[in-house]
Ligand binder design. Structure first.
Ligand code: GAF
Length: 389
């Protein structure tokens, strides 16, 4: 976000919450993409996300009272709350902030009252994690402003707990983690079982990744997400009772017929199939990126989409259409990213193809769904940080 908008937001902060001797501090958290490893971060899988240059900004200043006052620029709304903290159905955006305070206090930190203004340019419902960015920037800003010194990795876990327990989406750790630890130009490979991770830099040469926003967000997103998680848990329980060595669904190395012998329902079987095959595609993508074999990476992205659509059933008509059109146009690889049911498609292609694909896709999508498509080029950027003003 540019510095002019930050200055306007600072003025707005002071208009709403008043001017004192203490200046509010400004913090920024990025959006994220995920190259491969979708719907495996709550099953002990490996994921390959990167932070990108869309962001959520927060101004925060302690207010020496027992009030927590939040203002959203996007919703043009100010909410003032006190303990005990309850979910706010009328202003659901506040739950991401309140949930973080609740989780910090559950960790033994005492968080006094503060004023917070939030603004952002991460398209909501686009699968780029605007909510995780709000959780992480809130946790980081509180930690810095009250001198709590909480490590980035821990802030990620607190953000995930806020989402799981207060907001009610049983998400994995990927989004909060990359938003907390991201580094300019690097993606990470994160083992979501151990939370060990390492940074990777890939040279794409005359290739590039970019995003296409389907501009649809289907309502069942949260309920279906939680449902998928339950299906994976019950699949693992059944497999585990016959093969006790497998502690995570991601680690299952059985044949299809061995899995079928575990009495899985047809849905549980399909979810398991996605998770296990995603493990193989992740290896393929890492190898492809390390050896500049981009067609290998692209093929794995298309396969991942197919599996997310048919086995995990988290795609939708619009993103399926985008991916299949891209394939027909000879684009190297593409797949839906994030939780699904709309949002963005990640594309890998030769740089020279962009203009033509942009034109053709916008035309065909408009014709089919009477909807606009947005194309985003992005840079891989740093994780959450303080911005000096
Ligand atoms: C959403 C969740 F928040 C992540 O934890 C992850 O499960 C992702 O969907 C799918 O890979 O972004």
């Amino acid at each position: 976000m540019d510095s002019l908008r930050s200055k306007e937001n600072l003025n707005q902060f002071e208009r709403i919450f008043g001017k004192t001797n203490t200046n509010p501090r400004l913090f920024e958290a990025p959006a994220r993409i995920n190259i491969i490893g979708e719907h495996v971060d709550y099953l002990g899988g490996i994921v390959l996300p990167a932070a990108i240059n869309f962001s959520v900004h927060v101004f925060l200043r302690p207010n020496q009272t027992n009030l927590y006052r939040f203002h959203s620029i996007t919703f043009n709304e100010t909410i003032s709350i006190k303990k005990p903290f309850l979910s706010n159905q009328n202003a659901p955006w506040t739950d991401y902030i309140t949930g973080v305070i609740v989780e910090l206090e559950a960790e033994g930190h005492s968080i006094p009252g503060f004023d917070l203004l939030v603004d952002g340019n991460i398209p909501q419902g686009s699968g780029l994690s605007s909510s995780a960015a709000l959780e992480v920037v809130t946790g980081f800003a509180i930690s810095e402003c009250f001198g709590l010194g909480i490590k980035r990795e821990k802030i990620a876990v607190i953000g995930q707990k806020a989402e799981n327990n207060f907001v009610g989406t049983k998400c994995g750790i990927m989004d909060q983690f990359i938003i907390a630890v991201g580094k300019q130009n690097d993606c990470i490979s994160l083992n979501t079982d151990t939370l060990n991770y390492s940074y990777h830099h890939f040279e794409l040469g005359d290739h590039e990744f970019y995003l296409i926003n389907s501009n649809v967000k289907h309502n069942l997103k949260d309920s279906a997400y939680n449902q998928r998680r339950l299906e994976c848990e019950s699949a693992l329980q059944k497999i585990h009772s016959k093969f006790p060595n497998f502690k995570q669904l991601y680690d299952v190395t059985l044949t299809e017929s061995e899995i079928k012998n575990c009495d899985l329902t047809p849905d549980e079987f399909k979810r398991t199939k996605h998770v296990i095959s995603e493990r193989e595609r992740t290896k393929q993508v890492i190898e492809g990126l390390e050896s500049n074999q981009f067609s290998k990476v692209g093929a794995a992205l298309y396969e991942a989409h197919d599996s997310l659509s048919k086995n995990f059933e988290v795609s939708c008509e619009e993103t399926d259409f985008i991916v299949s059109q891209l394939k027909d146009l000879g684009v190297m690889g593409a797949r839906m990213i994030g939780g699904g049911f709309g949002g963005c498609v990640l594309v890998l292609d030769k740089k020279e193809g962009f203009a033509k694909i942009n034109e053709e896709m916008k035309k065909s999508y408009q014709q089919k769904f009477n909807l606009a498509l947005d194309f985003y080029k992005f840079q891989i950027s740093d994780g959450v940080k303080e911005i000096s003003i």
